[in-house]
Design a protein around this ligand. Structure first.
Ligand SMILES: C[S@@+](CC[C@H](N)C(=O)[O-])C[C@H]1O[C@@H](n2cnc3c(N)ncnc32)[C@H](O)[C@@H]1O
Length: 292
């Protein structure tokens, strides 16, 4: 697309953009890219003329997409529940199954508040926060919570901080810390966390990943070690001492790991161990309560 003549409308550019992009979602992706570079949102605005700088940017986005970069990184943002999150290659792209897990966590927070009294402030930790998708959503959607978001990666922490800046008043409920799992948390939280939630790396070293994931997303967000369950097991073992009495742990995992992880939770003495389903009805989330 030439950026010279600036007299072309977005309506005229749309079919050209669609034809350049490949795949079943080309039309939707073309619209998202156009809306990203132009700032237009309504169908009627497509009559507006494109400016040369906007066209240049659109061309760059198309090139990146054609080079295989995931759409979310190309756009630089992605919707997660009620949040419009900034995302780039430093963090995992937040997934729909994680949105579902956050729904379960929010239900649990609301039920704990109903049980303990609405004035109670719940302590919640999102371990391995990446973009901040989980912890920031909880801060946004639940009243009376104190949320710790932590990650080992300095890069991820920078992205969480950028997303926290977009949270407005709800951002006051959030603390962000860096470190290896629980090492990132202040000692005074020991035995005081009402909810621990994590979507840790859970892919085994030998497991194949689609090229769009393998070549673009941070491997430190995906791979846990030879088995794939290393981080899940570590979090299960160590959450017990950090949870408050009746505190609840939520762990996202691969459905094929669910049997093993449930057994580990039972062996460790967790109560109320359950598996919750994702959007495709697969066992995706472990819920477990602190043993008394
Ligand atoms: C699967 S990503 C999840 C990101 C985000 N919570 C989400 O759901 O989109 C796992 C995250 O765990 C972090 N992580 C990996 N090992 C860690 C460790 N030892 N301690 C703390 N965070 C870790 C990674 O940096 C990454 O951000």
């Amino acid at each position: 697309m030439s950026s010279k003549g600036a007299s072309v409308s977005w309506k005229e550019l749309l079919p050209e953009t669609v034809s350049k992009l490949e795949g079943d979602n080309a039309e939707l992706e073309a619209k998202w890219m156009i809306e990203e570079v132009s700032g237009i949102t309504e169908q009627s605005d497509y009559r507006e003329k494109a400016k040369p700088a906007q066209l240049d940017r659109l061309n760059r986005l198309i090139e990146r997409r054609l080079a295989g970069e995931p759409l979310q990184y190309v756009l630089g943002r992605w919707q997660f529940r009620e949040l419009d999150l900034f995302v780039d290659r430093r963090v995992l792209i937040p997934r729909p199954e994680t949105e579902v897990m956050v729904g379960y966590v929010i239900e649990e927070c609301k039920s704990k508040k109903a049980q303990f009294g609405v004035e109670t402030v719940l302590n919640v930790a999102d371990l391995g926060c990446g973009s901040g998708a989980i912890g920031l959503s909880i801060a946004r959607e639940v009243e009376g919570v104190s949320v710790w978001c932590s990650d080992i990666s300095e890069d991820a922490i920078s992205v969480t901080r950028a997303n926290l800046a977009g949270l407005g008043m709800a951002g006051q409920k959030v603390s962000i810390t860096q470190g290896f799992w629980f090492d990132a948390l202040p000692e005074e939280l020991l035995g005081k966390l009402d909810v621990i939630v994590s979507n840790p790396p859970y892919i085994g070293d030998d497991e194949e990943l689609p090229p769009e994931v393998r070549d673009w997303e941070p491997s430190s967000s995906l791979r846990a070690g030879p088995l794939g369950t290393e981080d899940l097991s570590f979090l299960l073992k160590n959450s017990i001492k950090w949870l408050a009495s009746e505190g609840t742990l939520f762990l996202e995992m691969s459905p094929k790991q669910s049997g093993e992880i449930v057994q580990e939770a039972l062996d460790l003495g967790y109560k109320g161990v359950q598996l919750r389903l994702d959007l495709t009805e697969r066992e995706r989330v472990l819920v477990a309560r602190k043993p008394l």
